[in-house]
Design a protein around this ligand. Structure first.
Ligand SMILES: Nc1ncnc2c1ncn2[C@@H]1O[C@H](COP(=O)(O)OP(=O)(O)OP(=O)(O)O)[C@@H](O)[C@H]1O
Ligand SMILES: [Mg+2]
Length: 150
């Protein structure tokens, strides 16, 4: 583990929808190592759900036997790196996929990447057709002012 990385958790689970809530709880517990607000924890849970739902719904077409990896790294300066990886169908055009309101499925809102982008920094999506998709985000938690501690 590089000295820049203060803690690291890596979990692997099958693409079953019930694992979304498991991963959300893990991410919330990991973020809670930092002094952060409930709102920030909710944001982490939201972006984790969006990325993992995408792996399940799009990457694995709702098949429950795909492999999903969630890796979380605690970095200096109240930053957490979140990485979600699948070995599913991949994305042919990542730029198009990341456009607000674009969805390859009728009736979906096409807002998952919009949420990931607005609640984190440095969203990076790397994907290869028939190989899979990796989403990487950095969440920076704000310093909590002591003046608020009444
Ligand atoms: N892990 C993935 N594997 C394959 N395709 C993906 C993956 N993640 C996203 N995509 C593609 O990118 C598109 C946009 O994703 P995004 O999460 O923004 O919207 P959505 O999932 O279609 O709708 P919403 O998230 O609002 O329910 C998806 O419709 C899908 O085509
Ligand atoms: Mg989505």
């Amino acid at each position: 583990m590089s000295s820049e990385i203060k803690n690291l958790i890596k979990i692997e689970f099958p693409s079953r929808p019930e694992n979304i809530s498991f991963a959300r709880t893990c991410a919330a517990a990991f973020a809670a190592q930092l002094d952060c607000t409930l709102e920030e924890i909710e944001e982490v849970k939201l972006v984790i759900s969006e990325a993992i739902s995408n792996s399940i719904i799009h990457g694995y077409d709702n098949q429950p036997d795909g492999v999903i990896i969630l890796e979380m790294k605690l970095l200096p300066e109240k930053k957490i790196e979140l990485m979600i990886e699948d070995y599913g169908c991949g994305i042919a055009d990542v730029n198009q996929a990341m456009e607000p309101r674009y969805s390859s499925i009728v009736n979906r809102m096409g807002l998952g990447f919009v949420f990931m982008k607005s609640f984190t920094e440095d969203l990076q999506v790397t994907s290869e057709v028939d190989r899979g998709t990796k989403v990487r985000m950095i969440k920076t938690f704000l310093p909590i002012s002591k003046e608020n501690d009444l």
